[in-house]
Write a protein that binds this ligand. Structure first.
Ligand SMILES: Nc1ncnc2c1ncn2[C@@H]1O[C@H](COP(=O)(O)OP(=O)(O)OP(=O)(O)O)[C@@H](O)[C@H]1O
Length: 209
């Protein structure tokens, strides 16, 4: 059974006429595939292709299959893919709770209960009314993770989400993110420059030239 699998089949991306990426890999449930390589080698471009927002300067072939469904031509909002970036990108005009409710389907029952539970699970129980600007970098990362989990993605893409954190905090947040990905049995692609991220991840490690 290949449920909860992200298949990247013969992905070929060019920038103008210039080949940038050729790529073929399968990421299983709970696995984190690490993508490393020099600046400009196409790491973020691969994530943009998987998520469905490749800029028009690029041309691409190949299939993105998520849980056996070909999502290659679906718009980003229909792909059920969660993203975390270097910046937590919290809405500054909303409280922590407001940020989390925003990510939660309006038709869900017990929305506040779900927010409380997810805050507990990322170690920030009771932070509901806090202004995101008053949170530390690590706390903001935890809220960004909570928001991602509330949106119930079927796969997760991480673009250097730990790189602004100091090394101890980085290890702590990385362990939390990997634990949640494993528990939810999600396939994940992690772009990073840090070999410690790659060592901590369970899954294939790819180097772009
Ligand atoms: N919208 C765009 N238009 C034209 N070229 C682009 C565009 N976006 C990215 N590029 C180019 O595509 C190449 C790959 O960029 P990409 O951001 O994927 O690299 P990266 O490996 O993620 O780099 P970094 O480690 O610095 O984040 C680079 O040469 C970049 O300049």
């Amino acid at each position: 059974m290949n449920k909860n699998t992200l298949e990247l089949n013969n992905i070929e991306i060019k920038l103008g006429n210039q080949p940038l990426i050729y790529f073929n890999e399968e990421i299983k449930a709970g696995e984190v595939m690490t993508v490393m390589g020099p600046s400009g080698s196409g790491k973020s471009t691969l994530l943009a292709y998987i998520a469905g927002f490749l800029p028009e300067e690029f041309s691409a072939h190949g299939q993105v299959i998520l849980n056996r469904l070909d999502i290659t031509r679906l718009p980003p909002e229909k792909r059920n893919i969660g993203l975390l970036f270097q910046d937590p990108l919290l809405y500054p005009h909303l409280s922590v709770e407001g940020n989390l409710l925003f990510a939660l389907d309006k038709n869900k029952k017990n929305r506040k209960g779900k927010v409380n539970a997810i805050l507990e699970s990322v170690g920030l129980g009771g932070f509901n009314k806090r202004d995101p600007a008053t949170l530390s970098g690590g706390q903001q990362s935890r809220i960004a993770l909570a928001r991602l989990l509330l949106s119930e993605p079927k796969a997760v893409l991480l673009d250097e989400p730990f790189s602004k954190l100091d090394s101890q905090l980085r290890a702590e947040i990385r362990a939390l993110v990997f634990e949640k990905i494993q528990t939810a049995k999600l396939p994940c692609v992690l772009v990073t420059h840090d070999i410690e991220d790659a060592n901590a991840a369970k899954g294939p490690c790819i180097h772009f030239a």
